[in-house]
Design a protein around this ligand. Structure first.
Ligand code: DGL
Length: 267
């Protein structure tokens, strides 16, 4: 059975890239809700409603577990999905929070995320669960999403945007910054460079996609749900709710390899 992964759009492919590196034999069905992206600017009830339709579609395709690649959905809807669906549902907040908690030396963690994720308080809750000593400083960074979508990942424009969003975190004196949005790993180099300029070379940037992939791999192994390696390398099936052609064009940037054939589905 395949592993189901969904996001509001393209960004979750950064999680698929990390999953493929960690779990090369898994079959993955990825659903990007391109008709209704962005989720990060919408309220929790709307995001939860959208998330349920995405997850139910993946369940109908026979997935063995669901990875919510979207931070905004992981921030507001995982409990509801777990109640409604009869299969394991893994989110992206806790793995990122655990990686950040392990990395911080001064117990001050910065989080860059969508407005919806910051407003939910999900990261401060997850970080406090790791250590009550940790203070979390959240910063909504909405402009980074369209910059990543446009492929505008280096040069002055993303650099200035990143600096503006990082300044409050620098004033707080954090030593770890979590990229709490699926799109931000595409801007990793710019964010890291600006963060180092503001906070010094010791600052650590946590790409939660890698932390998620590690935890999904461990979860599948513990539950004996891993696909047998003798079946050969797994493939990725792409589903979108709108504009499959432009999704194909951009997907290669997120997956780091040429990939196409996105199928349009109606939720
Ligand atoms: N997938 C969203 C997230 O990780 C970012 C894009 C959006 O706002 O829908 O929070």
């Amino acid at each position: 059975m395949p592993l189901g992964v969904f996001d509001s759009g393209l960004g979750g492919l950064t999680v698929v890239r990390a999953l493929r590196a960690a779990l090369p034999y898994e079959e993955i069905v990825y659903l990007g809700d391109t008709a209704r992206v962005p989720y990060g600017t919408k309220g929790p009830a709307t995001v939860t409603r959208y998330a349920l339709t995405c997850a139910n579609h993946l369940v109908a395709r026979g997935v063995k577990a669901i990875v919510i690649a979207c931070n905004t959905v992981s921030a507001v809807a995982p409990e509801r999905l777990r109640v409604e669906l009869d299969l394991p549902v893994l989110g992206v907040i806790e793995p990122g929070a655990r990686a950040a908690a392990d990395a911080t030396r001064v117990f001050k963690v910065g989080v860059l995320a969508t407005a919806g994720t910051i407003a939910s308080g999900a990261y401060p809750r997850a970080l406090s669960a790791c250590s009550t000593r940790i203070e979390t400083y959240g910063q909504a960074a909405p402009l980074l999403v369209p910059l990543a979508e446009e492929g505008w990942t280096d040069g002055d424009v993303p650099r200035l945007a990143a600096r503006r969003y990082l300044e409050p975190l620098a004033r707080a004196g954090v030593d770890v910054i979590v990229l709490g949005c699926t799109h931000y790993p595409l801007l990793f180099a710019v964010i890291e460079e600006e963060a180092r300029a503001l906070l010094g070379p010791q600052v650590q940037i946590i790409d939660s996609a890698k932390a998620v992939a590690r935890e999904v791999a461990a979860f599948l192994e513990n539950r004996a749900l891993l696909r047998d390696s003798s079946l050969g390398e797994g493939s990725v099936k792409l589903l979108v709710t709108d504009l499959p052609k432009s999704f194909d064009e951009t997907a290669s940037r997120f997956l780091g390899s040429e990939i196409g054939g996105a199928e349009q589905v109606d939720l």
